[in-house]
Structures are given as C-alpha cells and as structure tokens.
Design a protein around this ligand. Structure first.
Ligand SMILES: [Zn+2]
Length: 318
C-alpha cells in the first residue's frame, strides 16, 4: 500500500515529552504540534525576555556541533541536542511540525530515538493536501576532516552507509548499510543509544558538558568493557547510533534527501559540513515533488514504502 506515499505528513495531535538535558542536566520538555503543509520542521523557543522565537530546523541555523547539534537564531536563542528527535521525525516521513521547547535542550530520554518514535506513534501521523518535496542529489560531493570523510552521491532512494573505526577494542570497526524507511528505523536504528568513554567523563564535566549524562541515557565504555549492567541493545549499537545521528543531521537539509550518504569516522561536524557543501553550489541538487496520490485521511503509521523509488516522482521543480 502506498496510499500516503506522495503526500506531506504531520502528527494527528499534539504530544509532549519530558526529561532532562544531557548537557545541562536540567529539566527539559517539548511538545510536537501539528503544522500546515509546507511549514517544515520549526522549533518554537523562548528568548531571554520571554518572547517566542521560531527557528526552522535547517542547516542554516546550526550554531554549534560540539558534542551535539545545536540550532539557534542570530540573537543567541538556541536549542541543543536536536539530532535524535530530528532522526525520528525524518525516518517517520513527517514534513511539518511546530516543536515547542521548554528549556535549552531537547530531552535526552534514554539516549536513543525510541521515545520520540513512541510519542509520534501514540498520536499517529496524518497525510496532508500537498505533495512531499525531496532534495535530489545531482553530483557526488565529498568532505574530509583529517581521517574522517563523508560522501553524498546521487541515488533514487535515501540510503546510508556509515562506518566507524575506533582504536578501542570494545568498539573497533563497525559498519551499517540501509535504505531509510520507517520500519528499518524502528527495528534497526531507533533504539541505539548515545555513547561515551569513561576516561572522558571528568574532562567533559569540568568543561560543563554532559552534566545530565548517566547510565540511564548513555552507553559508557570503560577500559575493556561496557560499564552499563544491561549491556548493549545491538551488538553493533555504536555504529547504529552514529547512523541515527547522521539521519538526524541530514534531516536539517530542510526536506528528505534522495541520495546515498556514506561516512567513515563521521560525526555532527562532518554531517553538517556535508550539508553546507551540498548547498554551496545550486548545481549539486534540485527539488523534486512526489506525485500526489489522494489518500483517505486516516491517522496511522507511515510505512517504509514512504521512500518509494524516485523514478515514480513527477516533474522536477526548483
Ligand atoms: Zn547521538
């Protein structure tokens, strides 16, 4: 069934999540609100004087990629750690949302995207009366930072090939490859948690980072073992989390990307640099619209078919 494949989507009702910020350790909550077609994903923040500020979730508003991805406006009103939430929104094919945030961070929840997926499932997703738009990659683009690199190449689907290579034997070399769709994300990626090294914790804390990090929301790697008593959720949970981060960061393109993203030793900085490189030259990309297939307006899960081959897409617009 592809009854929702061509149409933009939003949530069927507002839904709130609460937790703590992994970096500041303070209480944080957010509410996902339905939004009109062509709104995109917009964060609704509160500035120092208590005024509401809208910050669209695009690479142009990324103000920091140190340890997490932070979005903000020119006046310094910002929200941190948007990547896991953005990954869930992107993988579930949601195009339009207003995300009201209380606090300066998206709550870390359990360190994965599972709670965001659950919250969206709780209210459901509804198709809207406008065609989905995709950013189609037209040329291969490569970014390198030392021994880390990323490549974005033309493809008819949204696919990821993410690899990491840590000297630490507990992690080592890991690789994951997949076409992005809601089912793949739910089953194979969404539950992968953020991770960190025990040896880095003190330095992070003294620098004012990771104040909310704990075994409740982080896989902690000790000298030769996983510190968390429950162990790992996937044998290669580390690279799956890196893939989750990449999905969330690439969602800041402003629309789903038709292309293959490959990276080795990547992270938020490289992912965002990839987007900057993509948009640096208008010859690198174009916007394509999905053909509109009128669908019954019923709430429910958008299935993996959402990411149908681009061959089915209609005329290109830009
Ligand atoms: Zn992450």
């Amino acid at each position: 069934m592809r009854r929702q494949a061509g149409l933009q989507n939003t949530v069927a009702a507002s839904v709130t999540l609460s937790g703590i910020g992994v970096h500041n350790g303070l209480g944080a909550s957010l509410t996902l609100h339905p939004a009109e077609p062509d709104t995109g994903i917009v964060f609704l923040l509160t500035d120092e004087r208590g005024r509401e500020v809208e910050v669209p979730a695009t690479h142009k508003n990324v103000c920091c990629t140190e340890l997490c991805t932070r979005l903000g406006d020119a006046n310094g009103t910002a929200v941190s750690t948007v990547e896991h939430l953005m990954a869930a929104i992107s993988a579930l094919a949601i195009d339009n949302l207003v995300i009201e945030v209380e606090g300066e961070e998206v709550p870390i929840m359990d360190g994965s995207a599972a709670d965001f997926v659950n919250a969206i499932d709780q209210v459901g997703i509804v198709p809207q009366g406008a065609p989905r738009k995709f950013i189609k990659v037209l040329k291969p683009i490569r970014v390198e930072h030392g021994s880390a690199w990323g490549e974005l190449t033309p493809a008819d689907t949204t696919s990821f090939s993410i690899a990491i290579d840590f000297a630490d034997e507990t992690i080592g070399y890991q690789e994951v490859n997949f076409d992005l769709g809601a089912d793949v994300f739910r089953d194979d990626i969404s539950r992968a948690r953020t991770f960190g090294f025990m040896r880095d914790v003190e330095a992070l804390w003294s620098a004012g980072f990771a104040l909310g990090a704990s075994l409740e929301n982080t896989v902690v790697v000790g000298d030769d073992r996983i510190v968390n008593p429950e162990g790992l959720r996937y044998e290669d949970e580390f690279v799956r989390h890196k893939a989750l981060d990449a999905i969330g960061d690439l969602a800041l393109a402003g629309a789903p990307i038709l292309g293959c993203y490959r990276s080795l030793r990547g992270g938020h900085r490289l992912n965002v640099a990839m987007l900057k490189a993509l948009f640096a030259d208008p010859a690198n990309w174009t916007v394509v619209e999905a053909p509109v297939q009128r669908a019954p307006k019923t709430a429910g899960r958008v299935e993996a078919e959402t990411f149908a081959p681009a061959a089915a897409y209609g005329p290109e617009v830009s």
